[in-house]
Design a protein around this ligand. Structure first.
Ligand code: RP5
Length: 183
């Protein structure tokens, strides 16, 4: 079965939620990672402040729907991850969005500075891929097959760096930089 089909047919273990479709390019990186690792997820656009009732129902029902982790991305006064963590009793990972006004510091501070008692694991500004990986690592604590796929993923990263170093040694830095133009 193709990964995309598996994602649609399996019960989602990860909820990916964002406050606006303007967050989608970053949230898509989390989804890409989960697809690569074969983790079923569901993606939603829900604004905590523009539609609070819809948001409340999403967060309230997430546990009974089988979610084990929620990845929540938001920008500016970014309360979506914290409010998810206030209602959903399992891990919430927050992704602060880059913003044009304050460069994402607004989102970062809003998400990372959760008061004691309600934790949100916060990744870097626009850190969609790491959010996906962290969600997978949490699930891998009780899923040896997924843990194996995560180890393979880390090995792939290592091999990519080794290949780059080998090419640098082979062609020298000037030709190497020339080859990187347009990337
Ligand atoms: C937040 O406000 C969203 O998470 C988004 O990052 C930010 C701006 O939203 P839009 O005005 O682009 O819809 O709710």
């Amino acid at each position: 079965m193709a990964k995309d089909e598996m994602r649609k047919e399996s019960v989602p273990l990860v909820g990916i939620v964002m406050g606006s479709d303007s967050d989608m390019p970053v949230m898509a990186k989390a989804a890409d990672i989960l697809e690569e690792l074969g983790v079923p997820y569901e993606m939603a656009i829900i604004s905590a402040h523009r539609e609070p009732e819809v948001f409340y129902e999403y967060a309230r029902s997430a546990e009974e729907r089988g979610f084990k982790v929620i990845i929540a991305g938001a920008g500016m006064a970014a309360h979506l991850p914290g409010m998810c963590a206030a209602i959903f009793p399992m891990p919430v990972i927050g992704i602060p969005m880059h913003t044009t006004s304050l460069g994402g510091r607004d989102s970062l501070y809003s998400i990372v500075q959760m008061p004691s008692g309600i934790p949100v694991a916060t990744v870097a500004i626009n850190g969609g891929a790491n959010a996906g990986l962290l969600a997978a690592r949490i699930l891998a604590t009780s899923d040896p097959d997924l843990l194996g796929r995560l180890k393979d993923y880390s090995q792939k990263l290592k091999s990519q760096v080794e290949a780059k170093d080998a090419r640098l040694k082979e062609v020298g830095y000037k030709a190497y930089m020339e080859g990187r133009k347009g990337e």
